[in-house]
Design a protein around this ligand. Structure first.
Ligand code: HEC
Length: 193
């Protein structure tokens, strides 16, 4: 499988290997466009998702909010995907919803992010170019203590009612045992070329 991993910088080595100057410019411009669009989608979706989750926790408690950590429950996800002609997913190697299971490309990207994190590198978004689509990935970190109420240690962080709600809805759940600062997964925004 041929993967083209583009960094954020326009002068990334990958792009400098392009044969002609004009091709190089086209690639750089397209990559920049996809980066900007990917950022817009991921940031808007993340903001809406955290907002909906916090509101649900305040109104219904954590166990009642278990249905609100689902990106497809967000009306904004539909309008973003239509506006940008893209699909929006969250993917994790320790997924709770089997629909968020990584494919081969996702697994490579997630493993690479984990390796970068272990090496102390600050993680940033990246593009993977395929034949028919450009995929934008952005790391999702366990960045708030609230995340641990449903993704932390089942004994110490997750209350019994919440754990029961999670196990009832997701019998094969893999998404517990996380600590603050861990890589939880990635936003995956796929644009048709
Ligand atoms: C109220 C419980 C709850 C809280 C709090 C919560 N989550 Fe989740 N999370 C879930 C549930 C339930 C799913 C499965 C959603 C679905 O069916 O799509 C999930 C799924 C996810 C996924 C998709 C991958 C997967 O495992 O299926 C990511 C990424 C994620 N959560 C990150 C976070 C982050 C980051 C936070 C903190 C900001 C957070 N969650 C807080 C319950 C929660």
């Amino acid at each position: 499988m041929a993967l083209l991993l583009l960094g954020w910088a326009c002068n990334s080595p990958t792009q400098q290997t392009t044969d002609t100057a004009s091709e190089s410019q086209t690639t750089a411009k397209a990559a920049t466009d996809f980066q900007i669009a990917g950022d817009s989608v991921a940031n808007a979706a993340q903001k809406a998702f955290v907002g909906a989750l916090m509101k649900a926790i305040n109104e219904q408690g954590t166990a009642g909010a278990v249905s609100f950590c689902n990106v497809h429950a967000l009306p904004i996800a539909d309008s973003l995907s239509q506006h940008y002609n893209c699909t929006i997913q969250r993917i994790s190697d320790h997924y709770r919803n089997p629909a968020d299971m990584p494919d081969a490309t996702d697994s490579i990207v997630i493993a690479d992010y984990q390796a970068q994190k272990t090496a102390g590198t600050v993680l940033s978004a990246r593009l993977v170019e395929q034949e028919n689509q450009v995929i934008y990935y952005k790391p999702i970190m366990v960045g708030m203590p609230t995340c641990l109420q449903c993704h932390g240690d089942p004994k110490n962080d997750i209350d019994p009612a919440t754990l029961a709600a999670i196990r009832g809805k997701y019998p094969a759940d893999l998404a517990t045992g996380y600590q603050h600062g861990d890589l939880r997964g990635v936003w995956k925004i796929a644009f048709r070329k």
